[in-house]
Design a protein around this ligand. Sequence first.
Ligand code: TYD
Ligand code: MG
Length: 452
Amino acid sequence: MPKNKLIFCCQTCGTLYPKWTGQCTGCNEWNTIVEEAQTTQTARYQGYAGTEVQIARMADVTLHDEIRLSSGSQELDRVLGGGIIMGSAILIGGDPGIGKSTILLQTIAHLSKNLKTLYITGEESPQQVTLRARRLGLPEQHVWLLADTHVETILTHVKKEKPRVLVIDSIQTMHTSLLSSAPGSVGQVRESAMQLVSYAKQTETALFLAGHVTKEGSLAGPRVLEHMVDTVLYFEGEQDNRYRIIRAVKNRFGAVNELGIFAMTEKGLREVSHPSAIFLSRYTQPVSGSIITATKEGSRPLLVEVQALVDQSHMANPRRLSVGLDPQRLSMLLAVLHRQSGISTHNLDVFLNVVGGLQITETAADLPTLFAILSSFRNRHLPTDLLVFGELGLAGEIRPVPGGQERLKEAAKHGFKKAIVPHGNVVKNEVDGMKILPVQTLKDALDCFENI
Ligand code: TYD
Ligand code: MG
């Protein structure tokens, strides 16, 4: 049998090489050259349909109802956009030990009640998987297991057994004979995923891929697969925290940035259906450097605590450290604070933290971040029933954010009595007994800070 011809291809500019090199001579980029299988080149890039296709008018395209299957957990259904669609490929990424295998096992056990399911384990033995399923009390009667990592062998089994739901745990352990590189390398991960995804599309099988996020960055991690699959879910939150957050970062069948919130218990991952207040810490005494904001990641508001610590720096370059918020945004806010109101932090360390391991990506966290920083800077605690949200512009203007009313209502439900909000977010109808303080500029906000 002739050996497959291997080719190395730059992922940025497409230059081909017969051997691997570190730097591409085509575009001068480093570490962009990845091994590919040349024999399958044409077959691989044939596209979705795989057969000859005709040009068609949009009006003539017939749609069939997509059936969404419940995963057995409302929170997971929510991030998937309402449930699992047959024929879709779903990637679940996250740090090792965060709960990927657990949630996949729970989901597949639920689905196995009505559908044929197959769980491919490349990391754990069938005994380990079974032991976990028994411990969690999952229905195991119709869950089929296969411990293998060779994609071609897996596909042979799959074609024979025809499961409707297929789980691959994890994609980094898979390898294909088309390439000679080690399992886990970019080429292997991509090539294996490509074969599995195209099988899923052709046979309307729901495919779940578990993928580890690599510590060194995203190179061999699930990021290289993001464009291939329909839905990308990432686990957030720290391992030592009880709560696990799943965020949809890409979804062809639903909204992105939707959050699903779970608690890791001794009985596996349990959904948290009313999560709005779980990220609040409970202080007996008010403390400085802490403020509560209402963030709207996804479709529901969550109350979270933003903490800041401002301290004398002993370094030439004072530290700016931010956990859960964009560090670039922090630098920008400090610059606006200095320029627009003369408060300088150039010789101070500034640390920022969002309690509970949540990542806030929206700009509504600008104003609470500033309040937390000022509160620590002045060593003055803010009222515990105060809520703050709003975006800060470079000119010191406070801009409205989406969903103001919902945020205020959620906070009112949890007993918050005052809110500092952008002027543009002030609502005509009262929010249950809440005193609303509108601010238009950074100066207004600072006045509010002094007088609250
Ligand atoms: P796991 O799903 O194996 O992580 P991953 O597949 O993402 O690497 O999760 C393992 C972690 O979850 C481990 O630290 C133990 C914890 N865990 C529980 O606390 N309770 C449980 O019921 C299970 C199954 C796991
Ligand atoms: Mg695992």
